[in-house]
Design a protein around this ligand. Structure first.
Ligand code: SAM
Length: 219
């Protein structure tokens, strides 16, 4: 199948480009042992996020959707010693697994996990224009709310990444009507005439299928 080919290609590239990391491997393992869904970013995507943090020399990062902390660890590994990451998660169970994983990665002092419904908790964050990067990967129905709030929170020139905006091409297929797909469409419509941001979609394909990141900057 295509998925097997894509997974094989990821594995091939990763074998050259991604070093073994005990904390990341263990985060995936404990997530699975605790029954969390297998919906974290791939290692290639996690590495991209880490490299982005380093390129931006980001010191303050927002993440929406923690799950077991896998992407959190990738992002926080790119931070400098005085850097900080705030991650938002609604599930107390996911948060508990994530706390263990973040602690095990030696990143607890840099990561603040806020448990609660992110459309509400994100509104309490501030000050405006204090973050360098936002990574949005939670309930897709609220993508536009998260994007608007992230736009408030990131500095001019700051980056907002939204995961899962392609969904095997379903977002572009008008016969597809589920709420997650609609959540992405609402986001795209909202960005279309927004002169405060500029954005593009980067399609991603690999071990977790065919999807994409929206990459936006605040102008
Ligand atoms: N970013 C993670 C990674 O790559 O390792 C994966 C995040 S997973 C795709 C989405 C997470 O968002 C889940 O843990 C889910 O519980 C959380 N979530 C869903 N709805 C939420 C909400 N309203 N507020 C906060 N978190 C929410």
């Amino acid at each position: 199948t295509k998925l097997e080919d894509w997974a094989q290609s990821d594995e091939y590239h990763n074998s050259f480009l991604i070093r073994k990391d005990e904390a990341l491997d263990s985060a995936l393992q404990t997530s699975s042992e605790n029954g969390l869904p297998d919906i974290a970013v791939t290692s290639a995507q996690g590495k991209f996020l880490k490299l982005l943090v380093q390129s931006l020399r980001a010191r303050k990062i927002l993440e929406v959707g923690t799950l077991g902390g896998y992407s959190t660890i990738w992002l926080a590994q790119g931070l400098s010693d005085d850097g900080e990451l705030i991650t938002l998660e609604v599930s107390e169970k996911h948060a508990q697994v994530a706390r263990g994983n973040i602690e095990n990665a030696g990143l607890a002092s840099k990561v603040k996990l806020i448990v609660g419904n992110a459309p509400e908790t994100i509104k309490e964050l501030g000050p405006a224009e204090s973050f360098d990067l936002a990574f949005i990967d939670a309930d897709k129905q609220n993508n536009f709310t998260y994007f608007q709030e992230s736009k408030r929170l990131v500095k001019k020139g700051g980056v907002i990444i939204v995961d899962n905006v392609v969904r095997y091409g379903r977002v572009a297929d008008p016969t597809y009507l589920d709420d997650r797909v609609e959540g992405v469409r609402t986001l795209l419509k909202g960005i279309k005439d927004d002169t405060e941001v500029d954005a593009t979609t980067i399609g991603t394909v690999g071990e977790k299928g065919y999807d994409g990141f929206l990459y936006a900057i605040k102008l």
